[in-house]
Design a protein around this ligand. Structure first.
Ligand code: 5GP
Ligand code: MN
Length: 343
């Protein structure tokens, strides 16, 4: 989005509108934080705003202010469709392609509402009337902060909005440690704390609310960790039977993939999670330095994301998916060892 478009957006928002705000499927901290942060901002102007998530999200995000008003398309399909059909404006946040909202994409495609995308993923599609895309950003939450600032409303950010935006910056930066964390990110976070985001409490709510069974599942995941030193790669598998054994709940495997990257000499980590219901293997990929998991996922596993964090999926069995993964790695041997050297 270029600054010259801001007056047009201001004009659009100058009278109360029917607005729908959409995060990607399997929403994470940044997706829920950015949509709810924007929701609370728009409510200040008496817009009729609704966050509609394609499907449910993890328990560790259910304390977010405004959570009780979030609609889930998968469970409340008809009501959601009506809201989408009647919307004047639709904000799509934290995703770059309508395919990222699953079964909800058709309703969004058919809607005549003016669409505004705010997102930091690579290679954004061109479906929105207004696209604010910046892959250098730590998080969509940081971009929503910028968006509100561009609308000359930074002074309107209250503790509720600040809390939501803090969550997404914190989760997408791995608690302010990934290279996407800039001095500007810290500046924004500083402002959010000043406006009332309780950083210690937020961290506690997101990261220190584990169930015993989730930690046991983490234990199993660590036992399943395999290292391929010749490719500077580590990967984890979790079968559906293992998930069932540890009473898996949505979000329980969040962050597991990062443990692979904490090994010395490892720059590429993957986790393969069997999902019987969707009949897929869900894949999460993480890297350090110059090795792009976005490109790797796009080329081999039907996904994408960022240079250092991406997702994908496979229709093969768990074992076949691992075999495929291992068979691809030799093509990337040099790139992987380069990434280690340069890092
Ligand atoms: P995760 O591994 O946590 O599911 O996702 C890592 C990052 O990649 C997130 O920013 C997520 O939005 C993005 N991502 C996950 N799956 C996909 C996918 O299938 N396609 C694209 N384009 N991005 C994905
Ligand atoms: Mn994000």
């Amino acid at each position: 989005m270029i600054k010259t478009q801001i007056p047009e957006i201001k004009a659009l928002l100058s009278t109360p509108r029917h607005i729908v705000i959409v995060p990607h499927k399997n929403p994470d901290g940044d997706a829920m934080g950015s949509t709810l942060g924007l929701y609370h901002y728009l409510k200040l102007y008496n817009h009729t705003a609704t966050v509609i998530a394609p499907n449910d999200y993890p328990e560790f995000l259910k304390w977010l202010p405004g959570d009780d008003a979030v609609m889930i398309f998968e469970n409340q399909t008809e009501e959601s469709r009506t809201l989408i059909d009647n919307a004047d404006l639709i904000f799509t946040l934290d995703f770059n392609s309508l395919s990222r909202v699953g079964a909800m994409s058709e309703a969004l495609e058919n809607s005549e509402a003016t669409k505004i995308m705010i997102d930091h993923h690579q290679q954004p599609d061109d479906y929105a009337a207004y696209t604010y895309s910046d892959v250098s950003m730590s998080s969509t939450c940081e971009m929503v902060y910028n968006f509100i600032e561009m609308l000359d409303d930074a002074n309107k950010i209250n503790a509720t909005i600040a809390t939501c935006l803090y969550v997404g910056i914190m989760t997408d930066t791995g608690s302010f440690r990934f290279p996407s964390t800039t001095s500007r990110t810290h500046e924004v976070v500083g402002c959010l704390i000043e406006k009332g985001a309780n950083n210690a409490q937020i961290h506690n709510n997101v990261f220190d609310t584990n169930s015993y069974s989730r930690l046991q599942l983490l234990g199993r995941a660590m036992q399943n960790l395999k290292v391929l030193p010749e490719f500077n790669t580590a990967y984890i598998t979790l079968s559906q039977a293992e998930l069932d054994e540890f009473n898996f709940k949505k979000g329980d495997t969040e962050g597991f993939v990062n443990y692979g990257l904490s090994l010395k000499g490892i720059v590429f980590a993957a986790i393969f999670i069997e999902n019987h219901q969707d009949e897929i293997i869900k894949i999460s990929l993480r890297s350090k330095g110059s090795f792009s998991v976005n490109q790797f996922s796009r080329a081999h596993f039907n996904g994408g994301g960022h240079d250092n964090a991406a997702g994908g999926r496979s229709d093969l069995s768990l074992q076949e998916t691992i075999d495929k993964f291992i068979s691809i790695l030799p093509q990337y041997k040099d790139e992987l060892s380069q990434a280690l050297k340069a890092h």
